[in-house]
Design a protein around this ligand. Structure first.
Ligand SMILES: Cc1cc2nc3c(=O)[nH]c(=O)nc-3n(C[C@H](O)[C@H](O)[C@H](O)COP(=O)(O)O)c2cc1C
Length: 301
């Protein structure tokens, strides 16, 4: 049975992608397995200019997860297009370019640059990063601002557009609906939620930024609930992310209504996590004589 799933106009060969910021630019993982076998990879968030990100410490472990305040360190969209994308394209990797900016104009400029390339299969708008002072989550908390960014980017590119939700938006369904109306092809849910960890010996926050985004298993029930709630609030596909560590976790998201899933933090403890999960979904479906798409929303019926 086929593992392919449809996210708007884009067909993914299977429902498992890697999450932004947790898989570099994809080819770093080449020694572990052929990343072209995945449903897709989401790049580290790309900005208009290269960024160094926040000062260290930028990550720390927490019970059932981790905190990060990387601050969107990345090579910038130009270097991505000239140095990373050609290799991904040559390898046949399905590439989702995750992008970030602190103004609508910069979001548009990044999208225009990506639109000039072949081999970018979707753009994922990160309007939900909790670890930067400007932009990020401030866009994603407000339906009108989210719609403004989505609409402006939609105007300059024909590449499918995904918008990534923040669990900290008061009215997530309202934000998702506003993005759909503004032209989004899919909603990705969710980004991290802000947390804090304090070193009791040094008597100060473990992260230089003080707070950081909580990811990993601790996030999973929240993310699953949000996917469940978004399912009938939007008519575009929802892609589930948050604490997916194993096949069973991924299947939970699909049964709740996710068309596809993204694997983030799991890559840090097992670089082959996404492939293991994709293989696991295949076995689960084969054992039941169903296609991957038959899992979508099945727990609701
Ligand atoms: C170290 C790190 C860096 C991240 N960088 C980004 C990023 O650049 N853009 C983005 O949209 N999300 C970023 N995220 C959020 C993840 O893509 C994902 O939404 C979140 O971690 C929840 O999934 P997980 O529990 O499977 O990690 C990052 C997460 C981590 C842990």
């Amino acid at each position: 049975m086929t593992q392919a799933v449809q996210v708007g106009a884009l067909t993914l060969k299977n429902p498992v992608l890697t999450a932004s910021g947790c898989f570099g630019y994809g080819l770093e993982y080449d020694d572990f397995y052929d990343v072209a076998t995945l449903g897709g990879i989401c790049t580290k968030g790309l900005s208009l200019k290269p960024r160094l990100g926040n000062a260290p410490e930028r990550i720390c472990e927490t019970p059932a997860g981790m905190l990060n305040a990387i601050g969107l360190a990345n090579v910038g969209v130009e270097a991505f297009c000239t140095e990373k994308l050609p290799k991904l394209r040559a390898r046949g990797v399905t590439v989702i370019a995750n992008i970030f900016a602190s103004s609508v104009e910069d979001f548009v400029a990044i999208a225009e640059r990506l639109n000039a390339e072949t081999g970018v299969h979707a753009i994922e708008l990160n309007i939900s990063c909790p670890n930067v002072k400007e932009g990020g989550i401030e866009f994603g908390k407000d339906p009108r601002m989210s719609a403004r960014v989505t609409e402006a980017v939609r105007r300059v590119t024909t590449i499918p557009l995904w918008v990534k939700m923040s669990p900290e938006a008061g009215d997530i369904a309202g934000v998702a609906r506003a993005c759909e109306t503004a032209g989004a092809d899919a909603i990705t849910a969710i980004n991290t939620i802000r947390g804090l960890s304090i070193d009791t010996e040094k008597q100060r926050a473990r992260l230089a930024n003080s707070t950081g985004g909580l990811s990993g298993p601790a996030l999973r029930p929240i993310a699953l609930r949000i996917v469940w709630e978004l399912w009938d609030k939007v008519s575009i596909p929802v892609i589930g992310i948050g604490g997916i560590m194993c096949t069973r976790d991924a299947i939970e998201f699909m049964l709740a209504g996710a068309t596809a899933v993204q694997v983030g933090t799991a890559n840090f403890s097992d670089p082959s996590a996404a492939k293991r999960i994709a293989d696991g979904i295949r076995s689960y479906c084969d054992g039941r004589g169903i296609a991957a798409k038959d899992l979508i929303g099945r727990a609701r019926k």
